[in-house]
Design a protein around this ligand. Structure first.
Ligand code: C2G
Length: 444
């Protein structure tokens, strides 16, 4: 008798899960299915799980494929289960290929092809709230999206579009998703899009996605002109669609907590916010060769403006740009100074100069400091006049952190406005406004 085991969350049970269990059962004679608990999903960073453990177990039971259903509660349990249940084959979908090879010492490991298409007919029939997300662009940023999206329940990465079809095809085959020859075909297969293309193409893609009735999550900087941001937000609102600027820092739990503390009055009235982010890039990258839209500020400025605008607001009276430009005119290092009636904000960013990445928020009674990588905040401190009175805060930040913004995007689509405060439309409009002023000064 061949004994097979598989594990999963099996939330919002769909045909991908069904087909996986069906083929798992065919691998042997006796199938054990491990279902993750809510607590385990939280520790492994799976977000937005909707169905209760009981519902998820019931859905698996109903398929008739499982001979036994067990609960998966912790990391390391798989190895113990394999011994305990005398397992011959461990199987899981091919989206996990390679990640369970360590179990090969104890049993055979089989990765079954993941189901590429979650069909709309099935979703409608089951009244499911799974958003099929399509990616526009297949470069470095898009690469990071799929493994993170996998950890947000209720999103299924469906396909990719890139006018360079070979690039889309390569990406699609790597991530086992579809690619499309035309954008119309792409739009008809998805419910929402993630835009990860060069900055200057965002506006047209966002507009066309909204015209096709799709929700949009767009990489930062969303657009480079104030009027474009205003137009797109009002168009999205009119069409009752979500348009979301993807500045991942805004959605990560540590940063949200830091802002909450900063705004609570614990350090008095805030008078100065300094945010520095530098990242050395090779001279042949898009960031340092795109003469019109490359450079440090367009690349990193969104992260640094975020805490300044969120804390000090949009009523700055003056904004000044100081740059060190390379031979091709692109800014290798930029400082942006915001003056407020009662405060100052300073952005420092660089692609060609390395500095200490730090976020410092100074108030009338103390200051908050978060060291690099503060844009993925996991730790920060509050200091007061008394040097011994330091308060320390730690917060979870899992993986690349994109999952938090994807999770919030999904919640907004599903009608929960809980996360809207994390990055408001008017804040995104201000970022576009400052980018526009910068480009008109720096590139003329
Ligand atoms: N699956 C699939 N096709 C899809 C979606 C999922 O074949 N379109 C497979 C997954 O590869 C997995 C199973 O269905 O084998 C359950 O998927 P999830 O509920 O997303 O669970 P997962 O997070 O993959 O957990 O310990 C848990 C395991 O590591 C897997």
């Amino acid at each position: 008798m061949i004994r097979v085991i598989t594990y999963g969350t099996f939330d919002l049970f769909h045909e991908g899960h069904y087909r996986l269990l069906q083929r798992a059962k065919q691998l042997g004679d006796y199938l054990i299915v491990g279902v993750t608990t809510e607590e385990y999903d939280q520790t492994r960073g799976k977000l937005n799980v909707v169905d209760s453990l009981m519902t998820r177990i019931e859905n698996i039971r109903k398929t008739g494929f499982a001979d036994e259903i067990i609960i998966e509660e912790s990391q390391g349990q798989k190895f113990r289960d394999i011994k305990k249940y005398q397992i011959d084959i461990f199987t899981v979908g091919s989206d996990w290929t390679g990640q369970f090879d360590y179990l090969n010492d104890y049993c055979k490991v089989v990765y079954l092809d993941r189901t590429k298409n979650i069909s709309s007919t099935m979703l409608r029939a089951q009244n499911k709230r799974i958003q099929r997300i399509g990616i526009i662009g297949s470069g470095r940023i898009a690469e990071r999206f799929i493994p993170e999206a996998k950890l947000v329940s209720g999103i299924s990465a469906q396909g990719v579009f890139n006018p360079h079809i070979e690039s889309a095809a390569r990406f699609a085959s790597k991530w086992e998703i579809d690619y499309y020859k035309s954008i119309e075909e792409f739009y008809s297969a998805v419910d929402a899009v993630y835009i990860a293309t060069p900055h200057e193409t965002h506006y047209e893609y966002i507009k066309s996605a909204l015209e096709h009735g799709k929700h949009v999550l767009c990489e930062k900087p969303m657009v480079l002109q104030r009027a474009q941001a205003e137009e797109l937000f009002s168009y999205a609102k009119e069409r009752k669609l979500i348009l979301f600027e993807g500045i991942k820092t805004a959605y990560c739990p540590g940063f949200t907590r830091l802002l909450g503390i900063a705004c609570s009055g614990m350090i008095g009235n805030i008078r100065n916010v300094e945010a520095c982010f530098t990242k050395l890039e090779k001279s042949d990258t898009r960031e340092l060769t795109d003469i019109k839209y490359g450079g440090s500020f367009t690349e990193l400025g969104s992260y640094c403006m975020l805490p300044i605008i969120k804390i000090l607001g949009d009523n700055f009276t003056e904004v000044r740009f100081d740059t060190i430009n390379g031979d091709n005119g692109l800014d290798l290092f930029t400082k942006v100074s915001f003056s407020y009636p009662n405060g100052l904000g300073t952005v420092t960013c660089g692609l060609g100069v390395k500095s200490e990445g730090r976020l410092l928020i100074a108030g009338t009674e103390g200051y908050i400091v978060a060291e690099a990588p503060w844009w993925k905040t996991t730790y920060f401190e509050i200091h007061y006049e008394n040097p011994n009175a330091v308060e320390k805060y730690s917060e979870r930040f899992l993986g690349d952190g994109l999952r938090y913004e994807i999770g919030d995007f999904l919640s907004m689509i599903n009608g929960s406005n809980k996360s809207e405060f994390k990055l408001t439309r008017s804040e995104s409009v201000i970022f576009a406004d400052v980018m526009e002023r910068f480009l008109s000064e720096n590139r003329s």
